[in-house]
Design a protein. Structure first.
Length: 265
């Protein structure tokens, strides 16, 4: 799921909106110059790939499976519906490529687009070849639920620190490489540590991981809304954070109900 999420992130950021390559992309900030080489915003590209793998794909899919455990082992799409979604996705990406190009007055180099497609294809290939039970390397007793919440929360906080704070401290020729290596290494270490316990993780443990992963973003919603220096429209972000917390608590309550099979893997 993380590899598929990474592939999605590459398609969105590298192909559809072109933020991998556009030096004037509005969200870049320092990353528009920090780590830019051969026309690629490398630090930004790695950061957004990790972000989309976790936040855009893996966590939402886990939450849906936790809310509907009877569907967790069933393919969500098949047959013509699968083909229809693929066609819609491709059409959306192609439309976005031209739309964002017109809005930002930036046209990506065709070689850059091919590069992004190759990277996305690589992630898809690895995901397809990876054994289905790759994450279940052991059945060690899991720790308390709160451990996994704070583990995911701290991991997310450290990833933000590496990709968004560290670039301000390593302003030298090796700075971008240091940030990329540390960011990727941290991501791998976080996943490998969870992999040790995943075989015996229950629904409530998985929810704790999801909640911890989203916790930092939820805490940032007031800052986003109250930041007067931002040029984009952030009204309602506090409400978004409150709704997210409420829904996570409702799901927590549902899983903890007697007879809800909170221990279903």
């Amino acid at each position: 799921m993380l590899l598929l999420g990474a592939s999605y992130g590459v398609i969105e950021e590298g192909v559809m909106v072109g933020s991998w390559f556009n030096p004037a992309w509005p969200d870049l900030g320092l990353m528009g110059v920090f780590g830019r080489w051969l026309g690629v915003n490398w630090v930004w590209a790695v950061d957004l790939t990790v972000y989309h793998a976790i936040v855009s794909i893996a966590v939402p899919c886990m939450l849906v499976e936790l809310a509907y455990p009877e569907k967790a082992r069933v393919s969500w799409l098949s047959g013509r519906w699968f083909r229809a979604v693929v066609i819609a996705f491709v059409a959306d990406v192609v439309f976005g490529l031209f739309f964002f190009g017109a809005v930002t007055s930036y046209t990506p180099n065709p070689i850059h687009i091919l590069f992004a497609l190759a990277v996305a294809g690589f992630f898809l290939l690895v995901a397809k070849r990876l054994p289905a039970d790759w994450a279940r390397i052991s059945v060690k007793p899991v720790r308390r639920v709160r451990f996994y919440f704070f583990y995911a929360f701290l991991g997310s906080l450290l990833l933000i620190a590496v990709f968004y704070l560290l670039p301000n401290l390593v302003q030298n020729q090796f700075g971008p490489l240091i940030v990329i290596v540390l960011g990727v290494a941290l991501f791998v270490v976080l996943i490998m540590r969870l992999r040790r316990d995943w075989g015996s993780a229950t629904r409530i443990h998985k929810l704790a991981i999801c909640a911890g992963s989203l916790g930092v973003l939820i805490l940032l919603t007031p800052i986003q809304e109250l930041d007067a220096s931002r040029v984009d429209e952030t009204s309602g972000m506090i409400a978004v954070g409150l709704v997210a917390v409420s829904l996570l608590l409702l799901l927590w309550r549902e899983i903890r109900k007697p007879g809800s099979n909170a221990t279903v893997l």
